[in-house]
Design a protein around this ligand. Structure first.
Ligand code: FEO
Ligand code: CA
Ligand code: CA
Ligand code: CA
Length: 580
């Protein structure tokens, strides 16, 4: 395979070798600069980052959040100007409470819950090239949406729905993993592992069948917020949890606007919300990232421009479907529509709101196909083929999950009938099996291209497929788990026409690489590095308040500091197109 810049096809950069260094690695001729790490004040007059984590909740609400994830770039200005300045909008998926507080997480107080809430959510940040370097700049658009920001609901589960009545007004978005961008200029943040923030102080509390299906438990997921804040106590405030599990629409150009949870897109552990359009209608693909869960799509009921002309939101009017993958390579989209198929009153489904509040159970009822942890979805800009990462899983005795177990993950691809993304049938194949041929002979990647656990995925305008990895830290670099040739988590580019694949970036220790955005001129790429220094069982001890740098001190490399999630700006020294 051609490896040099002169190679034909879409990939023109020199492959980056695997690495276990505590550094960002990019190809020869490229630069990578750190931008907006966790704690960066969003205004030049804002509270400065304190490296001992002593910033308060009020400080944190004015600073960039933690655990950067999905991200979009909204140009500010037309033509070349829009590639030199724009709004970077990014998710902050979760927090590491050991790193978030000076004294760690053994004791959780209300003040600590408030700070953790302020470190979650979304950042809107104006970034611009100043003297040739991308920087955060002061702007009326700079804004944080956090776990405490007022929000509202739209669609079949509207703001007055009894299931949403709780002890406070609706607020906050949590565990915002991947994202989406609508053609009308708004941002979609998705709520993934929202169940883990809730617990019950009453030890006799038991989840309903619907809650158990989402993994809700009285013990909670380790954050212990319910011990300090009754908002997250399932026994004291039972409906608060119904406010989570949705796709949230945020207008970055309207800093005073209230984020809206678009309930017609269903209630799952939404990994992302990839938007495309066919026949003028909006189509939104969304994975439910858990082993054995499903992939969904929402199809608008009418062209989105026509709906907007009637002052209707296109995400409030349409049908939610779930995918069935047949072993013969065909597939169907099964509607989750009240009154259709098994979703009837006679079967205990009250109405469409009930179907949406219990989306997973509705998908079970219609016979959707279990998948190995469905994460991000990407739609090819020209032929509209759809690519889905199945990051890893146990395998489900069907051909769409061909390995059992599946520690390395794979990418499934489908073409909707006649290339129309609104269609209800499709043809699928396996685009690639991730892994290392030294351990799994079914893997056809060249030894220098090995990777595991594809997660983030997206196309640039030229049709390069960018793939980001999230091998867990219990597996990363371990020979006993077949990951010693793979190195730290990374980003690769693929040419879907030829199947060629090449490693583009390697992250620092303990991180995952997740979330990216490309400026319109394709000469700048923003990439997120999440949880550098996360605890691993292989490298070294987990970080502690006394020694938070046990695994990584990226990006500051300050022995008195702590590792921080951050965005990285990638450019070419010759100013060329990224990846070409
Ligand atoms: Fe937040 Fe499924 O990754
Ligand atoms: Ca992910
Ligand atoms: Ca992760
Ligand atoms: Ca993941």
């Amino acid at each position: 395979k051609g490896r040099g810049k002169g190679g034909r096809g879409l990939l023109g950069f020199q492959a980056v070798p695997p690495s276990t260094d505590d550094k960002i690695k990019v190809p020869a001729g490229y630069t990578a600069e750190v931008l907006i790490p966790w704690g960066t004040p969003l205004s030049s007059r804002g509270p400065a980052w304190k490296k001992d984590a002593s910033n308060t909740a009020a400080d944190q609400a004015l600073q960039v959040g933690s655990h950067h994830d999905g991200m979009s770039f909204f140009p500010l200005g037309a033509g070349p100007l829009g590639s030199r300045q724009g709004l970077l909008v990014l998710n902050h998926e979760y927090v590491d409470q050991v790193l978030l507080f000076p004294d760690g997480d053994a004791q959780i107080t209300k003040a600590k819950v408030d700070k953790a809430l302020a470190a979650h959510g979304v950042t809107v940040a104006k970034v611009a090239q100043v003297k040739g370097r991308w920087q955060l700049v002061d702007s009326k658009y700079n804004r944080r949406v956090t776990g405490s920001t007022p929000v509202t609901f739209s669609g079949p589960v509207g703001p007055a729905h009894p299931a949403l009545k709780a002890n406070t007004k609706p607020m906050g978005t949590l565990n915002n993993c991947s994202n989406g961008q609508t053609p009308w200029g708004t941002y979609l943040a998705c709520e993934e592992n929202w169940n883990s923030y809730f617990g019950a102080t009453d030890s006799s509390w038991k989840p309903t069948a619907e809650q158990a299906r989402y993994g809700v438990s009285g013990a909670g997921g380790g954050y212990k917020w319910h011990q300090a804040d009754p908002r997250f106590d399932l026994a004291a405030n039972p409906n608060e949890i119904n406010r989570f599990g949705w796709v949230v629409e945020i207008d970055p150009f309207s800093p005073g606007s209230t984020p809206v949870k678009r309930t017609a897109l269903g209630r799952i552990k939404h990994e992302g919300a990839t938007v495309t359009e066919s026949r003028g209608r909006v189509v939104v693909y969304t994975g439910d990232d858990q082993d054995g869960e499903y992939v969904y799509k929402f199809v608008g009921s009418a062209p989105w421009k026509a709906l907007r002309a009637l002052r209707k939101n296109p995400l409030d009017h349409g049908t939610l479907y779930v995918a069935k993958f047949n072993d013969n390579g065909s597939g169907q989209w099964l509607p989750l529509k009240h009154g259709t198929g098994p979703l009837t009153k006679a079967n205990g489904w009250a109405d469409q709101a009930d179907v949406l509040l219990r989306t997973r159970q509705a998908a079970d009822a219609v016979g959707a196909t279990k998948l190995d942890r469905p994460e991000w979805v990407a739609v090819h800009p020209d032929n509209k083929d759809v690519y889905l990462t199945l990051t890893n899983g146990s395998g489900w005795d069907n051909k769409v999950n061909p390995r059992k177990p599946n520690p390395y993950g794979h990418i499934v691809r489908w073409r909707e009938r006649r290339g129309d993304n609104t269609a209800t049938s499709f043809e699928w194949d396996i685009f690639l099996l991730a892994g290392d041929p030294a351990y799994d002979p079914q893997v056809t990647l060249a030894p220098e291209d090995v990777f595991g656990s594809p997660d983030g995925i997206g196309f640039d305008r030229d049709g390069r497929l960018w793939i980001q990895t999230d091998v867990s830290n219990s597996t990363q670099n371990r020979p006993d788990r077949g990951h010693d040739n793979i190195g730290n988590n990374q980003m690769l580019a693929a040419d879907p026409r030829t199947g060629e694949i090449r490693r583009f970036l390697v992250g620092p220790r303990g991180c995952e690489i997740t979330g990216f955005a490309v400026a319109p001129d394709q000469r700048t790429m923003f990439v997120n590095v999440q949880h550098p220094g996360e605890a691993t069982t292989f490298w070294q001890a987990a970080p502690t308040p006394q020694n938070p740098n046990a695994v990584s001190s990226w990006p500051d490399h300050d022995p008195a500091g702590r590792p921080r999630s951050a965005t990285v700006v990638i450019r070419r020294k010759d100013g060329g197109v990224i990846g070409a």
